[in-house]
Design a protein around this ligand. Structure first.
Ligand code: PMP
Length: 310
């Protein structure tokens, strides 16, 4: 079969069991390889759904400029879609975004603007650029309901099918919360006993807010794609059973172990997810099946995370 274009290659990613990093655990841990998507990350799923809906609803035409604040993966997916549907894409990123991701967005033809500041300042900059372009569409992945819906329609059903309904725990890092929430909603509908666990980096305000802590202050960290200095509109704390906090060093170490011990070349937030999934699995017996996600590839962070053996 010949696909009409590269968008037909989005989704239906493999679910792979972990073998060596799980040594000593009784429960099974499996990861969904989202770097297989043509834009190289899980964000292809929601960018495709949001763009298709915006076109359908008349909000996006070839004359429209698409603008968004991104840690690079949503930006790459939007830039790829822009190349196919022929619309302009302008992306605002923070200075910590890897050069590999910035280069990829530019390779697809997008304009990338680096803005050092809070999320609100970055959003203001994106909207200002949009207004200069006249007709613009602000994706707003933190609040756009089609983000989580993409995972409700694709990621959730795939995991349910691939595990034959045996999944007991769903673990995912929270950037916008789309991956965690959409998949969680689907899995809990199928089996209300499935537990959904969010992953958040130290420094982000999401974990301390969920835990009801006082005097919460945002502090910078290096992991890309998860955590925030705002609470994304997408998040429904009532559906989340628990959250696990991770740090840069543990996450990056796990990303390196995934490469060296599992042959899975994954990014920093994948390290966060797997570290958290192992902590969940430690408490379970052989009936436990913990599923998490590898949002993107280590290729996007070679210069930042992976030095390899010298
Ligand atoms: N990891 C990486 C590398 C990402 O780019 C993102 C998206 N920001 C996530 C995890 C989290 O996904 P979501 O926005 O669906 O919460």
């Amino acid at each position: 079969m010949i696909l009409e274009n590269v968008l037909g290659a989005i989704g239906n990613t493999p679910l792979v069991g972990l073998n060596r990093v799980v040594e000593g655990l009784r429960a099974q841990v499996a990861v969904k390889l989202e770097f297989i998507n043509p834009g190289g990350s899980i964000k292809d799923r929601m960018a495709l759904h949001i763009v298709r809906k915006a076109i359908e609803e008349g909000k996006l035409k070839p004359s429209t400029t698409v603008v968004e604040v991104t840690s690079g993966n949503t930006g790459t997916s939007l830039a790829m879609l822009g190349a196919i549907y022929d619309f302009k894409v302008v992306l605002v990123v923070s200075p910590k975004v890897s050069q590999e991701k910035i280069g990829t967005m530019r390779a697809f033809g997008a304009e990338v603007v680096v803005v050092d500041g809070t999320f609100k300042e970055q959003r203001a900059a994106a909207l200002e650029i949009g207004r200069k372009h006249g007709d613009f569409f602000y994706v707003d992945q933190d609040n756009n309901p089609y983000n989580a819906e993409a995972h409700y329609l694709t990621t959730g059903p795939e995991i349910w099918e691939q595990t034959g309904g045996r999944v007991t725990h769903w673990v995912a890092g929270i950037g916008t919360g789309g991956t965690l929430m959409g998949t969680c909603r689907f899995l809990k509908e199928k089996n209300p006993a499935v537990k959904c666990i969010g992953v958040d980096p130290k420094g982000s305000i999401i974990y301390p807010t969920f835990k009801g802590m006082k005097d919460i202050r945002y502090e910078k960290y290096e992991i890309e794609g998860i955590g925030s200095d705002i609470i994304p509109g997408q998040l429904d704390f009532d559906l989340i059973d628990d959250m696990i906090q991770v740090d840069d060093a543990t996450s990056f170490e796990m990303a390196r172990r995934l490469a060296m011990e599992e042959g899975i070349f994954a990014g920093g937030s994948s390290g966060s997810n797997v570290h958290a999934a192992l902590r969940v699995a430690e408490r379970l017996d052989e009936n436990g099946l913990v599923v998490t996600v590898i949002p993107d590839s280590g290729c996007k962070y070679v210069s930042k995370l992976f030095k390899g053996k010298q």
